[in-house]
Design a protein around this ligand. Sequence first.
Ligand code: GLU
Length: 290
Amino acid sequence: MPEVGRGRVANYIPALARIEPDQFGMAVRTVDGELFGVGAAEAPFSIQSISKVFTLTMALGFDGEALFERVGREPSGNPFNSLVQLEHEAGIPRNPLINAGALVVDDVLLSRTYDAKGAILEFVRDLCGSLDVAYDEEVARSEREWGDRNAALAHFLKSFGNLDNPVADVLDVYVHHCALRMSCAQLTTAFQYLARGGVNQATGERLMSASLTKRANALLLTCGVYDAAGDFAYTVGLPGKSGVGGGIVAVMPNHWCVAVWSPGLNESGNSLAGTRALELFTTKTGISIF
Ligand code: GLU
């Protein structure tokens, strides 16, 4: 695919700036558990904002829809780390998948668990049915060191009374879940509950009601790929979540999950080759939610 190696790797997190852009992996896992992979499908990478789907699922489990008193559920139409919108909307982030919204979600997890980082790791390991998922401490440290914009968002939220815990604690949880390392193959297992009406594939446990799962998928469709949500729905036609590490996971409810990874990003911060691969996948198979 000519798009592989094109685009720019995320360079505002120094530990991510060193990644070779010339890489590509893709995996599809059906709701029956069958796995298909190409390229670097098993290579772990920094999942970054893809992790916000896991933390959101946990927070919905604790607070249910009351979460939406503190964070909205509309597409942002602005970059994922925009400060302007947060001020304009008086400290209520547009949705839980932009950075400000994810920080509020992390605040919920800090309030509701004894050890938020440990709980997140355990949750994701349970989704994968494997202990082979870990935080990349170097990436977490690198983002913490260079994450002034996220720190600004967190202080802003605090000033509006929308964080209960200390800013430093919220940021520590945030940079850690963003620094989870997982492969495309693992992500397609972890995301299965969104394709299976809320049921974890690895354990058979119900994580969400079918109705809440529908709503979570709707959030992915409208808010999952930053301000490119319209274009992604138009070209790919699936609910999905991207991260600046170059990963994208998309869900075809009742059928499969697909994950792609290629580190070169387009101007919206989504994997350039990954987006194209997903577009080709749904176009050639003729399967999407539309
Ligand atoms: N850790 C990244 C940040 O906060 C996540 C961004 C992303 O993947 O969209 O900037």
